[in-house]
Design a binder for this molecule. Structure first.
Ligand SMILES: [Zn+2]
Length: 298
């Protein structure tokens, strides 16, 4: 997609959302996947802080009881610091680890007593970005002895332009990756939930049911200090979306929900786990590479 197509596509989708309102989501937002054989969901975890390590382990054990597995995106620096935790999670072959860059992209802000974001790709030179991706790859290989197949850009929402994605995709392609999940929900509205882009696969994250352009993430519903949403809203959004797609799926259409959360945001709250359990009763849990294997794209 060139810069002009990108601008036109995004403008069109936004305009249609405004005009069609509710109907928009029924016709556009949740695109079916023609070559998939059912209703699937992927649960991915961005483990961006020290606290996420313990929380990821606790969450892994709780989810395993339900036979639910996830995809873990951990910056290389934190992977090195919390090796034993992530080795335990990676030891279970049903889980998947993806490259999430090397450098930590959050820091503890003393004045505000909270984690803040840093290390945004849109503020870095291509050289620095390529270095971050390559070092992240090397760390996964060194620490977990894994050849990663996928990547998620840190703070990917700030790095969405076609030339940004091209840089990511060409860099990970050189590392023999087959996919990335570094795009915002609007990409899914335009192209569907699995996109062939720059010679690999891109999985946009899923949006909320009420506002599909907004990511259904843990920050907005569980953690942001100035948030308007509550954990109950998260469960409600997920239930509405699942009900809608489930109904559509009875007509043998196939869908994919691609969720991501930060473990430390949701570990203290049963609402998240219960919402996922309910989702799991209606859709099949899978990981990115298993899904691509299933549809024999690998
Ligand atoms: Zn991150």
């Amino acid at each position: 997609m060139d810069g002009l197509t990108y601008k036109i596509s995004f403008f069109t989708v936004k305009a249609m959302a405004k005009i069609l309102q509710d109907k928009f989501w029924y016709f556009i937002a949740y695109r079916k996947v023609h070559y998939l054989d059912g209703f699937y969901y992927i649960l991915s975890f961005d483990c961006d802080t020290q606290e996420d390590a313990e929380a990821a382990l606790a969450l892994y054990h709780r989810l395993r009881k339900e036979k639910i597995y996830g995809v873990y995106a951990v910056p290389g620096e934190l992977l090195e610091k919390h090796q034993s935790i992530y080795k335990e999670i990676a030891h279970d072959p049903q889980n998947e680890f993806i490259n999430h860059g090397y450098y930590t992209h959050t820091f503890w802000c003393k004045e505000r007593s909270r984690h803040e974001s840093c290390f945004f790709y849109n503020e870095l030179s291509p050289k620095k970005i390529i270095d971050d991706i390559r070092r992240g790859d090397q760390t996964l290989r060194n620490v977990l002895n894994l050849p990663p197949l996928g990547f998620r850009a840190p703070h990917f929402g700030c790095f969405q332009r076609p030339e940004n994605l091209k840089l990511i995709h060409s860099t990970i392609k050189e590392l023999n990756y087959i996919y990335s999940s570094s795009t915002v929900p609007i990409y899914s509205s335009i192209y569907g939930p699995i996109i062939k882009m720059n010679d690999l696969f891109e999985f946009p994250v899923t949006g909320t049911f009420s506002q599909p352009g907004h990511i259904l993430d843990s920050w907005a519903f569980f953690a942001a200090p100035d948030r308007n949403n509550t954990p109950e809203d998260y469960a409600k959004e997920l239930k509405q979306l699942t009900t809608f797609l489930n109904r559509a799926n009875q007509t043998k259409e196939s869908y994919l929900i691609n969720l991501y959360v930060d473990p430390s945001h949701v570990i203290e709250n049963d609402i998240f786990l219960n919402a996922i359990k309910e989702l799991n009763s209606r859709a099949q849990n899978i990981t990115y590479s298993s899904l691509l294997k299933k549809i024999e794209i690998l």
